[in-house]
Design a protein around this ligand. Structure first.
Ligand code: SIN
Length: 552
């Protein structure tokens, strides 16, 4: 049984000063929310690693917004709904696509340099888009440009207190209101409480539970796991998106090859050199990525290989050089030439479509607790996210959260601090009473590297692109055994704490994937290979060991 806290609050060694809002995570969702709120409020940004170490940094292709006629928001809306395979929340999508152009203006205002061609912002296309509407920067380094500008702008704001290398372990909740976070300073191993009446989880994805992922090492699902322990609803978590074109470097590291390369005309070829997407989907290589990945699995199986080829040799070299300088340089390091060579690529975990359920203002079911970015399930992605909608979704819902918190704090500025501190003190009193149960800090040191590698192998083999009842059952047995074994908790060890969160997220994915007996978007069951609209046009919601179903 999952305990309420990774480390009991009774081990708290320091209670910090109150602040108006804590943001957990420093990617595009977290930093953009923090910088907007910082105009009138005291904000803390807590992040497990350094400030710019986030998934945002690695985003290559770009950010989607219908900014140029004849494209307009309705086309972007329709493409997003089509990619989501019947499970998008239409209102959430409308908010996303209609707000997108304003978000681009805001990014330009803080100095973001989008690529320009003939005096206009240059737009490309990617899988599932009916018009070129992807803005990019530095050719194929969009995330890096955005993250750099967001970090430098946020750092210039006095009202933000940055706490890098602070691992948030749990959300503190008193009478269904959040009162702060319990965290560990990674440098000192001190357990600390940071009181706040508003908390924004923007901690990113879950890629590290799989062997192959485009996510950075920090993506261990911490935000989703802590939100689940705190009592929030988790939804659509069975929908894990795999990116079709990931390259393995000489030293076995993964490097994303942006979908924008296919947007600029690159082909996918099987072991015989055939363009296998032609005839399989009207948009061929630019079909939504769940469809491309499914075809890749079929083709790789037929060819008995674990890769297919990406072919950009027919694209003019001058164009490749302008658009893909990073990809060219990474391939060169690996003795490959994008203009001359076919590049071996295979799918890797890329993005979690579901997560912490929020409403249209980014609110969870706990008062004062918000979520945006990859950790959130706003309803905008459904069963498969449209390419380049993720950075935009983080911005749009971060902005909605800012508006809600700002309005609230303006209305009753004074009452919040006292109530929050009172809640923290009550929780600490309760924790002290329960201290005998919490026991001591646990010194048992299992072989954490092996455990993490076992989890990754099991999730990849049994809960990856394809699943079935038997594989899910086997994965569930492993995960539940470790969750219930008790050795994971009350440990001041970053790897152990991350492992506990990874197991929690894995157990939620397995649970939801076992329940959804159909194949839709990024959830593909070998034993239920068809979409079943009659029974499954609904969301699975997991909350405090209970399951709920919600019709769309
Ligand atoms: C890519 O550049 O292919 C990734 C874009 C995305 O995941 O939206």
């Amino acid at each position: 049984m999952l305990p309420r806290y990774l480390i009991s609050p009774s081990f708290c060694q320091k209670v910090h000063k109150y602040c108006d809002c804590i943001v957990i995570g420093s990617g595009i969702a977290g930093l953009s929310t923090a910088m907007r709120l910082a105009k009138n409020n005291n904000i803390k940004v807590l992040t497990k690693s350094s400030l710019s170490d986030s998934t945002t940094w690695y985003a290559q292709g770009g950010i989607a917004a219908a900014i140029k006629k004849p494209d307009f928001w309705k086309n972007h809306y329709q493409d997003t709904i089509a990619a989501g395979q019947g499970l998008c929340d239409r209102k959430a999508v409308k908010i996303l696509v209609k707000t997108a152009p304003k978000m681009i203006e805001d990014l330009i205002e803080i100095g973001t340099n989008f690529d320009i061609s003939e005096g206009e912002i240059s737009l490309t296309t990617e899988g599932g888009h009916s018009y070129p509407r992807i803005l990019h920067a530095g050719g194929d380094a969009t995330g890096e440009e955005l993250e750099k500008k967001l970090v430098s702008h946020s750092k210039s704001l006095k009202q933000i207190n940055f706490l890098p290398e602070h691992f948030v372990l749990d959300i503190l909740v008193y009478k269904n209101k959040c009162t702060g976070v319990l965290g560990m300073d990674i440098n000192t191993n001190k357990i600390e409480i940071h009181p706040a009446s508003n908390i924004v989880i923007a901690s990113g994805g879950i890629g590290q539970i799989y062997n192959l992922s485009t996510n950075p090492p920090i993506s261990t699902g911490d935000g989703i796991a802590m939100a689940y322990r705190a009592g929030t609803s988790i939804t659509d978590i069975e929908f894990v998106q795999f990116h079709p074109t990931v390259f393995k470097t000489k030293d076995s590291k993964l490097f994303l090859i942006s979908e924008a390369l296919r947007g600029e005309g690159a082909y996918l070829r099987d072991c015989h050199g055939t363009r296998f997407m032609v005839g399989r989907h009207p948009r061929a290589e630019l079909a939504p990525r769940d469809i491309v990945v499914k075809e890749m699995i079929r083709v790789m199986d037929k060819c008995s290989s674990n890769y297919i080829y990406l072919d950009a040799t027919h694209i003019p070299e001058s164009h490749l050089k302008i658009r893909f300088p990073n990809i060219i340089s990474k391939l060169r390091e690996n003795s490959l030439n994008l203009k001359k060579d076919l590049i071996k690529v295979s799918p890797a975990e890329h993005y979690l479509n579901g997560g912490i359920k929020t409403d249209y203002k980014g609110k969870t079911n706990i008062e004062g607790l918000y979520c945006c970015g990859e950790a959130a399930a706003t309803g905008a992605h459904g069963a498969n996210r449209l390419a380049s909608n993720s950075l935009m979704e983080g911005l749009v819902y971060g902005w909605k959260i800012y508006k809600d918190i700002e309005k609230k704090l303006k209305q009753k500025n004074t009452g919040y601090e006292n109530k929050t501190i009172e809640g923290v003190n009550k929780l600490l009193d309760e924790a002290k009473i329960k201290k005998s149960k919490a026991g001591k800090i646990n010194d048992h040191k299992p072989d954490i590297k092996t455990l993490i590698s076992d989890l990754k192998n099991i999730m990849t083999g049994k809960v990856g692109i394809l699943r079935d009842a038997q594989s899910l059952k086997e994965a569930g047995e492993f995960v539940n055994f470790h969750i219930n074994s008790g050795y994971l908790y009350n440990k001041k060890d970053k790897n152990m704490l991350e492992f506990a969160n990874m197991l929690t997220v894995a157990s939620l994915i397995i649970k939801a994937a076992s329940l959804r007996e159909e194949s839709r978007g990024t959830h593909q069951r070998n034993d239920f290979p068809k979409k079943d609209n009659k029974n499954w046009e609904k969301h699975i919601i997991l909350k405090q060991n209970k399951v709920y179903f919600k019709d769309i």
